[in-house]
Design a protein around this ligand. Sequence first.
Ligand SMILES: [Zn+2]
Length: 99
Amino acid sequence: MVEIIVAVLVVGGLAVLPIAGLIIQVWRDHRGKRRNAQGRCYACGGSGFLLPLAHYKGATFNYCVACFQRQRRMSTMTGLVAAGVLVAGLCAWLIVREL
Ligand SMILES: [Zn+2]
C-alpha cells in the first residue's frame, strides 16, 4: 500500500512540472503576442529596435537586442539541461534494469 502511495506521489510530482511549464508558456505567449502587436519586446515589453526570433513551435516573435541575446543563451541552456535529463534518465533505467 505504501509503495502505491509513493509511486502516485512520484508520478504526480513529475507530471506537475511539465503542466506548470505549459501553463507558464501559454501565459507568456499571450502576453508576448499582445506586446508584439503594440510594437514592443515579447519578453520585457520595452520599445526600441526589435529583432525577430523563431520559437521552437515555429512562430516568430520580436525581441529587443538584450532579450534576444538572453533568449538565445537560454535556449542553448535549455537544450543542454534537456540532454542532461535524458542522459540521467537513461543511466537510471540502465541501473534499475541491472538490479
Ligand atoms: Zn526585451
